[in-house]
Design a protein around this ligand. Sequence first.
Ligand code: SF4
Length: 198
Amino acid sequence: MILLDRGQCRVKFLTQRFDTRAILLVILACHEAGITVTLPKPQTSGAKSEGRFGKQDFVYLTKEDAYRCPAGERLPYRYTNQEDGKMLRRYWTTACQTCPLKSECTTGPERRITRWEHEHLLEAVQRRLDANPQAMRQRRETVEHPFGTMKARMGATHFLTKTLPKVAAEMALSVLAYNLTRVMNIVGIKPLMAAIVA
Ligand code: SF4
């Protein structure tokens, strides 16, 4: 099982333009490797931050393969297309034109909802988090400490190198040094040396 936040996905996929695709790929790769992921469901719509209904305000109706919108309208499946390597299913209703909530929902002719072909994986990661709301706090308490220690050792300011490959190497060396000191502190130097020799 792994517990991630969106920032960790951003680091992992630093070489790519950061978007939700990075998070989706992490979740899919983990699922295919049999690893359980717990993560806040990625927000794929900017509508919420712009003050309109977000995708989370739409309820997916599994049996009908449709969404129910905040006005209670049903958004049936329309078509699937490929975008950025992902198969995306599109849903919308023709009721938007006369909807009293339209200004809170969309600036276009109708509100369209997009569903990734593996969207059920995203819903599962959010369900796991809902079932264990303390998970993100535990992750912070466990994971942030090593980063804080490494930053302190590095001077808590900046990397000494430039360009992504060099910074990645510098970061890898910092992590290696941190892990070695942790092992030395936990098991001792002699058992560590014996394990390395073996
Ligand atoms: S604008 Fe369309 S999708 Fe949005 S609440 Fe109204 S009917 Fe539903």
